[in-house]
Design a protein around this ligand. Structure first.
Ligand SMILES: C[S@@+](CC[C@H](N)C(=O)[O-])C[C@H]1O[C@@H](n2cnc3c(N)ncnc32)[C@H](O)[C@@H]1O
Length: 285
């Protein structure tokens, strides 16, 4: 049965655009009649990608100093209203649309409520680029929090696993911060909160991955100096783990036991020998 036609594409531009656009995303952009993006695509990029869609830049909608949630709702309504006159419509958002993107979530829920077929595609997130910049493998554990949510919900980060805090530049406010920089003291509450779990000299790192607008940057500092941070800062804070967790030695020993292995894992039949990629034993899997 043919798939129903897509009305709304929710697409990620990656962090360094256009280099991070996937072929799948470029295909969806080519099929779209109208593309809304937060940062405008240059004529050169549009030409390079072979796009014929009308492009609309959403940046002016962020420039009021209202509540961010109202801006996101208004943007989603603008995009969904446009479907009536031109479909498919695409929303091209920075990074991956399932990483901290309220507009994408509104499009999914409200688009469905309006009877539209909304299709979201995966993309390169700043989570990917930050970890690549740090050459840090997310295995065996990684915690990810929105910085304001961590504090406002009294979350307890595990000191045994590395942690990424997103949205540090909007810490402690629901208002739009576009066009503003941090005053000294703006991150004092975040610093104090983290020091409930980490010693004052625990080194954290602000990480900015390279974009088409700015070079990559890493700024290490002791957690106690977060209160002094001011100006333009990278939005993601990496907190290395403080100490190794205690392993369960008996469980660890069982993982090397051949009998326990045979008891749990049955050999596949010959015809069934090609596992899906997700099951392939990659290094460290
Ligand atoms: C609203 S969230 C959107 C994230 C986006 N959907 C993604 O997948 O990267 C914005 C946050 O992503 C992180 N971020 C975005 N671009 C970044 C970059 N170039 N370097 C480091 N962190 C970035 C920051 O934590 C920032 O506050």
């Amino acid at each position: 049965m043919a798939e129903p036609a897509t009305d709304v594409y929710v697409l990620g531009a990656g962090v360094k655009t256009p280099d991070h656009l996937t072929l799948e995303t470029v295909g969806a952009l080519r099929r779209s009649r109208l593309v809304f993006s937060i940062y405008p695509l240059s004529d050169e990029v549009t030409h390079q990608l072979g796009l014929s869609a009308e492009l609309r830049c959403l940046l002016p909608m962020f420039e009021s100093s209202g509540l961010r949630r109202d801006t996101y709702q208004a943007i989603a309504e603008t995009i969904l209203d446009a479907v009536e006159s031109a479909r498919p419509v695409a929303f091209l958002t920075p990074g991956n649309p399932v990483v901290s993107d309220s507009v994408a979530q509104h499009l999914l829920s409200q688009g469905k409520a309006r009877g539209f077929n909304v299709r979201l595609l995966p993309a390169v997130s700043s989570l990917d680029t930050v970890m690549a910049d740090l050459t840090f493998d997310v295995s065996p554990a990684l915690q990810i929090y929105d910085a304001s949510w961590l504090v406002s919900h009294n979350m307890v980060p595990s000191v045994h696993a590395a942690c990424l805090l997103l949205q540090v530049t909007t810490f402690g406010t629901a208002l739009t911060t576009m066009g503003r920089t941090l005053r000294a003291g703006a991150l004092a509450e975040l610093g104090e909160y983290l020091q409930r779990f980490y010693p004052p000299d625990h080194e954290v790192v602000f990480v900015q991955s390279e974009t088409r607008f700015s070079p990559g940057l890493q700024k290490p500092l002791p957690v106690c100096t977060l209160r002094d941070v001011e100006g333009v800062i990278p939005g993601t804070l990496y907190i290395p783990r403080l100490r190794d967790p205690e392993p369960d030695l008996a469980f660890g020993a069982r993982m090397f036991d051949k009998e326990a292995f045979d008891a749990k894992f049955e050999r596949r039949q010959k015809a069934d020998q090609h596992p899906p990629t997700s099951e392939v034993d990659l290094p460290n899997a």
